[in-house]
Design a protein around this ligand. Sequence first.
Ligand code: GLU
Length: 466
Amino acid sequence: MTIKTRFAPSPTGYLHVGGARTALFSWLYARKHGGKFVLRIEDTDLERSTKESVNAILEGMTWLGLEYDEGPFYQTERFDRYQKVIQQLLDHGDAYYCCCSKETLEQLRNEQKARKEKPRYDGRCRDAKHEDSKEAVIRFRNPDVGEVVIKDLVKGDIVIANKELDDLIIARSDGSPTYNLTVVVDDMDMGITHVIRGDDHINNTPRQINILKALAAELPQYAHVPMILGDDGSRLSKRHGAISVMQYRDEGFLPEALLNYLVRLGWSHGDQEVFSVDEMIEFFDLENVNVSASTFNSEKLLWLNHYYMMHSDSAHVARHLSWHMGNLNIDPAIDGPDLVKVVEIQRERCKTLVEMAQASAFFYKEFEQYDEKAAKKSFKQGCELVLKNLFDKFSELEQWQGEQLHQIVLDVAEAMDLKLGKVAQPLRVAISGASVSPPIDVTLSLLGRKKTLARISRAINFIEKL
Ligand code: GLU
């Protein structure tokens, strides 16, 4: 049997971290078993579904590298098929038209409440043999007796008595199918073997199983993944900071850091924290998915991001950094050092790509002004002489290389009888605009002679005007 999983988002917003984790678990399960991963866009809620959300979801999946083998399928393109299945259920007596008005249902609910019963539809139209009409909805005729057993691969067996379930609406009065019907038809038609989804859907599962049984379909296996909580214990939401996957990209995270973070959010493999994608695929299993909710921890995600910035291939990091440089209106390919080299000297001191881009902009474009504190501290009267000396020596230098550049800084300090810092710090502020940068010799060597000399001149001018 080929394992087939799916991710079935409703396009009513961006791809959030909860959805991304569900997608990741489904993707990993398929990859691990040499199966197929399907993307299905559940866009039947026409009022809340938007094209922008679809695009945001697709963009998020691509950025994370969760490539799908089939799809994206759109439920709005499958209405004919849903109608056929609904007709089939009607023909077999597994569904019926219900003409109960809002008022009737309201009254029923109130009576049940008064009797301290759980409000549920009592099936009064079951045998009324109503025909289709403007007001009629179609309900699934749920079995009265017996029970539904969900053999959940995360939560274990869950048993629900059929008398707890009422006759669910599968088509609205305008004929449009409802969520539980479309999901069932799609999971059946698409040959989904494993439904891995958030446990907010667990109440739907027994209903879906009953419909599948009525259609004589093979049941998929289910795995309901617990939700993600914010650090205050409430359900993760915007209040807790970024929850959209693309916002993590915008804030300077590498996709592999987010994937690694998400895989550990509710799943473990011994006490291992760092997983390459290949390791995730190798080790992932549903048995080790936590039964209880997990808490989102931004610090840990930041730690992982730094880890991947340090350890990923520098060309790979540079590709992602390049996008952030673009956000600063810099095209690193046009004028400036090889971005890969910049990554290599910056990665240690930056936790995000945004930080790295900001700290590296000076290699490519003139900074607007000196960091105020840095200029105040390092540009003292008299230090223009230091800079002039450096300027002369740098102008004459034959080979623009780290070691020689370093030697010049040493020589100027010695000749002027100054501590090294009194030479290196003004120089650093002069060339980068700020008081922190990678070691001065590598910074100079990547910046190049032309920019170095121009910036030293600019600093001399600045100091002379003080
Ligand atoms: N479309 C549903 C949602 O976004 C998911 C349905 C499912 O996974 O069965 O919550």
